[in-house]
Ligand binder design. Structure first.
Ligand SMILES: Cc1cc2nc3c(=O)[nH]c(=O)nc-3n(C[C@H](O)[C@H](O)[C@H](O)COP(=O)(O)OP(=O)(O)OC[C@H]3O[C@@H](n4cnc5c(N)ncnc54)[C@H](O)[C@@H]3O)c2cc1C
Length: 466
């Protein structure tokens, strides 16, 4: 114990949640050490140098205007300018037909109404069903997460095409699982925040740099605030001392602290907590709670061509396995002579987990040609497939009851991570919120570090109860 380094707070995990917690507490004057087992920060929001193709790759992460806490963190770190903002979403059909949903001059919630009514991907009946469905989210979304989005779609009589061309790309793309495994509460939240609340809340933001580069200013900002960032410092065990302080063991090092924030994913948190449980009964109960969390996969396909093959920076692809196309060379403003770089995203990619990379690539190349015929003239220079088996957790109906609060039954021990109780699905925004809530709980005021929500605008100022 006498050899242990002394701290006010130890944060375990340098993902977005851990960084947010560390920055908040260091900013409030605490002596903070952050222990990360990997050699880089960002956790799941990372990029890396692919050795075989000699390119830096990541799985494209996006934010929305309503993600006020991550945007606030970026602002604090001086990186708000490294997000590219878009006010329109293009939906592409395999025949190349485009439907563009954009914000116009009408007040919210009607700001996208004109483009929606013009969208050729849906007929009048589909649109009427979507409009009546959307109207149910005008005031907000259910407080309870007991119903699935699948039963709601049936209950509200959505047409097959409305499901395929509207509800599915949005919900599978944002909540990353099938309708049965997404609760209506979080689906409703997505539509209320990004389609109805205000044009500002629904803007799409795309980091203009590979993720590790994108998040480096946050790590620098944390260090400037005094956070001691330790890499390759995996925590093996935590232990409560008789005087109710904590010891954190990482390899041959031990850290003494009055507070710990475990900002790790649910699987690692479960392992670290297991050693604290006094009885096998309470261990079994906690274990059963953790079993309720399902990790869902995302697969991304990366393609480098000798020329530009589209005039779009990004698009939703309809009637295909691929949900999103990001033209990263355009988003990153590459000069034309550098060729082009495309990322294709397959959310909820359970079938792809069982497929070989060659099979995934072959199928994606076949599909993508239908959307972008210019590909036939272009030369494919390089390609890569990235499977993230544990990309997000699924907001299955009823999960809220098992998402733990940031303060725990052990004084001085706090939890953070996108999977904790934040009222957000598995996102960077949820992660930052959890980190800030945990930091607030350490200081005795959960709301202390939270950014303000995006205000409702137009008629939504009176309609929205959120
Ligand atoms: C392919 C993919 C696409 C995604 N797309 C989006 C998107 O478009 N928009 C969006 O908002 N979100 C997206 N997400 C989700 C987003 O990445 C996560 O919600 C968020 O990054 C979670 O952050 P976290 O800090 O809670 O957890 P993590 O990122 O999992 O961080 C946990 C950290 O703890 C460290 N750790 C674990 N155990 C230990 C230990 N024992 N000792 C020390 N360190 C430890 C890990 O190495 C890791 O760095 C996507 C995720 C993936 C994988």
């Amino acid at each position: 114990m006498s050899n242990a380094h002394n701290n006010d707070v130890i944060v375990v995990g340098g993902g977005v949640a851990g960084l947010a917690a560390a920055v908040a507490l260091a900013g409030a004057g605490a002596k903070v050490t952050l222990l990360e087992r990997r050699p880089y920060i960002g956790g799941r929001a990372y990029s890396y140098e692919h050795p075989a193709i000699e390119e830096t790759i990541d799985s494209q992460h996006v934010v929305l205007g309503c993600c006020t806490n991550i945007l606030d963190l970026c602002q604090q770190a001086g990186m708000a300018g490294s997000i590219r903002w878009y006010d329109e979403l293009t939906f592409l059909e395999p025949n190349g037909r485009r439907s563009v949903l954009r914000s116009g001059s009408l007040p919210a919630p009607a700001h996208r109404a004109v483009s929606f009514l013009r969208a050729p991907m849906l007929n009048l009946r589909d649109k009427a069903g979507i409009a009546t469905g959307m109207a149910r989210f005008l005031r907000g979304y259910p407080v309870s997460d007991s119903e699935s989005f699948a039963t709601w779609l049936k209950r509200t009589g959505q047409t097959d095409r409305a499901i395929r061309h509207f509800w599915e790309p949005i919900i599978v793309g944002t909540l990353n699982d099938t309708f049965e495994r997404c609760s209506l509460k979080y689906a409703g939240k997505v539509f209320h925040e990004s389609f109805l609340r205000s044009a500002e809340a629904g803007r799409l933001g795309i980091p203009a740099a590979p993720l590790s580069e994108f998040f480096t200013p946050v790590a620098d900002h944390a260090q400037r605030k005094g956070v001691d960032l330790q890499f390759r410092a995996g925590v093996d065990r935590i232990e409560q001392t008789p005087d109710k302080r904590w010891l954190v063991h990482s390899g041959s090092e031990s850290y003494a602290t009055s507070s710990i924030i475990l900002a790790t994913a649910f699987k690692q948190t479960q392992e670290l907590l297991a050693s604290l449980e006094l009885s096998t009964e309470s261990n079994a109960r906690r274990s059963a709670d953790f079993e309720k969390f399902i990790a869902a996969p995302i697969t991304t396909i990366h393609l480098w061509y000798d020329r530009d093959i589209t005039d779009l920076d990004h698009a939703v692809l309809l009637d295909t396995r691929i949900q999103w196309m990001f033209a990263k060379s355009r988003i990153r403003r590459w000069p034309a002579q550098r060729g082009s770089y495309l990322e294709l995203v397959i959310s909820a990619s359970w079938p792809e987990l069982k497929m070989s990379r060659e099979q995934i690539l072959a199928s994606a190349l076949e599909e993508i040609e239908l959307f972008f015929p210019m590909i036939r003239q272009a030369k494919l220079l390089k390609s890569g497939v990235l499977k993230e088996a544990r990309a997000t957790f699924s907001v299955v109906p009823g999960l809220d009851a098992f998402r733990p609060h940031q303060a725990t039954q052990w004084p001085g021990l706090y939890l953070a991570g996108d999977w904790t109780a934040t009222e957000w699905p598995s996102t960077m925004e949820g992660a930052v919120r959890s980190g800030r809530m945990a930091a607030g709980a350490v200081t005795g005021d959960t709301g202390r570090f939270m950014a303000a929500e995006t205000p409702a605008s137009g008629w939504m100022r009176w309609l929205s109860r959120i």
